[in-house]
Design a protein around this ligand. Structure first.
Ligand code: FES
Length: 570
């Protein structure tokens, strides 16, 4: 390689500190032949025993390292924060930007020439990629892969989607305690990320179409031996990317983000992707707005018949041809000249891809939905936009006007939702506020408020719900999310009162509070902002810095100014 390695500043310097660096890498057990003159590839691993989706990543890191050794690189495994969706409270979203900062700074401060990023559970994909974009060293993403299909009593169980259904059935008395527990044990039976088209599979698929993974990487189930092969090959490729100086900003472009949006719609993917894609594009210095999503929504059919929008799960998707198969069905809607980590175009990467099961990945003439997987609504209740996943909603509620029932936050909702005297009917519009980026803070996935027990017992399974929170990508229902600006900073959601009429018209992209402007002005003047919940630490910093959902909920300080300089070495 003719270009000097970045790591040579540490290891080749004829200085006292250069001597220390060499001595200390030898102390770690590596011999001179292991590292001398080789590109150092950091394997950033989000393995954690509190992240069951990543429980195989220790083994996968070894596979990646095998590939790096094979290709003549020097692999170093570095743990970074793992954002285990099931256990982190109030939400992993509070920590996405912390992982992003950690990723950027771990790469900046160490003798590293390139990186392999191991993630997959929801926010780990955007967290790692945001940091990698900002640091802009050659980097390749290795998705953890979806877990195997849950199986119970002859039926397939999908992460989140079927849990929510079973929970409703248990609450309604349809399932016994014993049956509910038995189902718990069957739902997540292998390592890997949620196997519905939730946030994890959506974001790993989008990482692939953005060009940040090897072609086909995102669809391989975690326990499949082909997942290990992909990890080895990613390690090999990372070494070549350093030689080619192929960096995230060489790969990411307006075309690749447009491709990601088209793919998101064809997947019927998670609403969370809207926030993450906006954040990633802004880090890459590329403009992306909610209108870009809505425009794609009108012209892209939903082809993946995947839960929660449809019927199938990720193992089915993989066998049907995976993301490559899906992309082959929408290749006329993609910019095939976009680059990928493979050093070739997206078009070259998916050449020859096919679909092997038309039920799982539908043909264009028989889509799951003709258009509109996700729509962006605006109106006096959300002037800066809100998101609705039409493909997972009830058609009869997509045009609906009903009286508001307001909850001030999760504690208020949880304490009242199942009371027999809750003033709720099938026409009610449930409003949850103070749950946006600053509100909790962190914008938890509380937006899919469960349907009140009173209505469940009547057989009802959906009701119109509106909030400034997010929703798990594995969930379903007529749920308007990310209303911006959020209530905690005085957005219109803060002004709604019980009984006010609220109107949703998804086709017209409208969401309005039917209260006259003079009355709203009176309420606005009387509004008192909530007290900040955190006086110190990360949560305070986050709440002070976080941008609104329509701006990607990144921190202001992470978007400001040019790239940081290389560290000084004494
Ligand atoms: Fe990890 Fe869903 S909980 S991907």
């Amino acid at each position: 390689m003719s270009r000097p390695l970045r790591s040579a500043r540490w290891f080749e310097a004829a200085t006292r500190m250069g001597h220390t660096h060499r001595q200390r890498i030898l102390q770690a057990g590596f011999s001179r032949g292991d590292w001398k003159g080789k590109p150092v590839i950091a394997v950033l691993s989000t393995w954690s025993e509190l992240n069951p989706c990543h429980i195989h990543l220790r083994e996968r890191a070894e596979d990646v390292k095998r590939g790096i050794w094979q290709a003549g690189g020097f692999p170093v495994e570095v743990p970074v924060m793992s954002l285990g969706e099931p256990f982190m409270k109030p939400t992993t979203m509070l920590y996405r930007n912390l992982l992003a900062i950690e990723t950027e700074e771990v790469l900046r401060c160490h003798p590293v020439d390139g990186a392999v990023l191991l993630g997959g559970c929801d926010k780990t994909t955007p967290g790692l990629l945001l940091g990698a974009i900002s640091m802009n060293l050659p980097a390749i993403y290795v998705p953890a892969g979806p877990m195997l299909t849950g199986r119970w009593r002859g039926k397939a169980l999908g992460s989140g989607t079927d849990t929510a259904k079973a929970f409703n059935d248990w609450k309604a008395g349809v399932l016994s305690d014993a049956e509910f527990h038995e189902m718990e044990e069957a739902g997540a039976r292998s390592p890997g990320t949620c196997m519905t088209m939730g946030t994890a599979s959506t974001m790993t698929s989008l990482a692939e179409v953005l060009g940040m993974t090897l072609s086909g990487a995102s669809s391989i189930p975690a326990p499949d031996s082909r997942h290990r092969h992909m990890a080895v090959e990613s390690g090999r490729r990372a070494v070549a990317m350093v030689a080619e100086d192929l960096k995230p900003t060489d790969i990411l472009s307006s075309a690749s983000f447009a491709n990601a949006i088209v793919t998101l719609m064809a997947l019927g993917g998670s609403t969370n992707a809207v926030i993450h894609l906006v954040a990633m594009a802004r880090r890459a210095g590329l403009p992306l707005s909610l209108e870009d999503f809505d425009a794609a929504s009108g012209r892209v059919p939903v082809l993946a018949d995947m839960r929660p929008s449809g019927r199938f799960l990720m193992e089915d998707f993989f066998e049907a041809g995976g993301l490559r198969g899906l992309l082959s069905r929408i290749d006329d809607l993609l910019d095939l000249s976009a680059r990928t980590v493979e050093g070739r175009s997206l078009g070259q990467a998916i050449a020859g891809a096919r679909v092997w099961n038309d039920e799982v990945i539908r043909p264009r003439e028989n889509p799951l939905q003709a258009s509109g997987g996700l729509v962006v609504v605006r109106g006096n209740l959300c002037p800066d936009g809100a998101v609705l996943k039409v493909s997972a909603a009830s058609p009869h509620l997509l045009r609906h006007t009903g009286p508001a029932l307001v909850f001030e936050g999760w504690a208020d909702f949880a304490s009242r939702v199942d009371r027999d005297d809750l003033p709720v009917t099938p026409a009610t519009v449930m409003i949850l506020r103070n749950c946006g980026p600053r509100g909790v803070p962190g914008m938890p996935e509380w937006g899919m408020m469960q349907v009140p027990a009173k209505l469940l017992k009547q057989g009802l399974r959906d009701i119109l719900r509106i909030s400034d929170a997010r929703m798990s990508g594995t969930h379903f229902g007529t749920v308007v999310l990310h209303a911006a600006p959020e209530a905690a900073i005085g957005g219109p959601l803060a002004l709604v009162r019980d009984g006010d009429l609220v109107s949703l018209d998804a086709a017209a992209r409208r969401l309005d509070l039917l209260v006259d402007e003079a009355e709203l002005a009176r309420r606005r003047a009387a509004w008192v902002p909530p007290e900040p919940k955190h006086a110190r630490g990360w949560a305070r910093l986050y709440a002070e810095q976080v941008l609104q959902a329509d701006a990607g909920a990144d921190l202001e300080v992470l978007l400001a100014g040019p790239r940081n300089p290389e560290p000084e070495i004494n």
